[in-house]
Design a protein around this ligand. Structure first.
Ligand SMILES: Cc1ncc(COP(=O)(O)O)c(C=O)c1O
Length: 271
């Protein structure tokens, strides 16, 4: 059924007055939602703009100066050029079966337990989306989320997007006397840390190996985090995107492998 011309006219008039109304109040209606107000501009926007303007040596972002492996680019080209339409379909939403199986085989060995590829592995577009889904999928209005400073810049806006309240605690360099401070020497003040947990604490975001400090959290440090997570029934988002960049005889410990942490940890990796 089509509307009569007078109804179309009425609807046009209605729409025009709506547009006029909204343009006069654009400033109040189209600004950031309240939960995001006060958020600083993304550090990436700021630094990319400055780097384009002043052309410095840019150490801010990873720009690999080597080509992607040939077997990967060739496989991608083969799929893109294939005449088989089955290769151009929606994939399984949680991750292609071959990929989730490969991930479960790899990580089952690393965590020392059998990971179910169907119910325990989710493939996302980068760790960024995994963080977004984990935070938005668990944080409710008013939930508190502990974030260790300095932190990868997206944690805070994602918590705010979910209506959560970020609670910050800084890593502080300990006194090393005349010895140089290394990434190991950046630590949490235990009293301050314990004081952040309460009944409203829903989540903590742990990033080890840590960006930007490079710290690899020790077994004792992760056990303390785990102890407080269990005491206050807190979910741990473990951002482990740098799990393969561990040097100097350090060992990457997966917090999900500590006693009582498997069911309260979401481990996030990246390619
Ligand atoms: C600590 C940390 N988490 C997550 C990400 C995002 O990873 P991806 O590029 O897989 O989205 C980065 C990227 O720099 C990062 O440094």
């Amino acid at each position: 059924m089509y509307p009569s011309s007078s109804r179309i006219l009425r609807s046009l008039i209605h729409k025009t007055s709506y547009i006029r109304m909204s343009s006069s109040s654009t400033s109040s209606k189209f600004c950031l939602p309240q939960r995001l107000q006060g958020s600083a501009e993304s550090v990436w926007n700021e630094y990319i703009t400055l780097a384009m303007k002043y052309q410095p040596l840019n150490l801010g972002q990873g720009f690999p100066d080597f080509h992607a492996p040939e077997n990967v680019t060739k496989a991608l080209a083969r799929v893109a050029q294939s005449e088989n339409p089955l290769l151009q379909q929606y994939t399984r939403g949680f991750g292609h079966m071959r990929l989730v199986k490969a991930l479960s085989t790899l990580y089952s060995k690393l965590v020392g337990r059998e990971i179910d590829p169907v119910s325990e592995v989710l493939v996302t577009s980068g760790a960024y989306e995994a963080l977004y889904a984990s935070i938005l999928g668990h944080v409710d209005e008013g939930d508190e989320v502990i974030i260790i400073e300095p932190f990868f810049d997206c944690y805070e806006p994602m918590v705010k997007m979910a209506g959560g309240i970020p609670k910050f605690i800084p890593l502080k360099p300990k006194d090393t006397g005349s010895a140089p401070v290394t990434s190991n020497d950046w630590i949490l003040d235990d009293k301050e840390f314990e004081g952040l947990f309460n009944s409203k604490t829903k989540m903590i975001i742990v990033n080890s190996p840590h960006n930007p400090v490079g710290k690899v959290f020790t077994q004792a440090e992760l056990e303390r985090i785990a102890e407080l997570c269990k005491k206050w029934n807190v979910l741990c988002i473990s951002d482990e995107v740098y799990e393969w960049l561990v040097y100097d005889n350090k060992k990457h410990i997966r917090i999900c492998t500590l006693p009582g942490m498997w069911d309260r940890t979401i481990t996030i990796g990246s390619a």
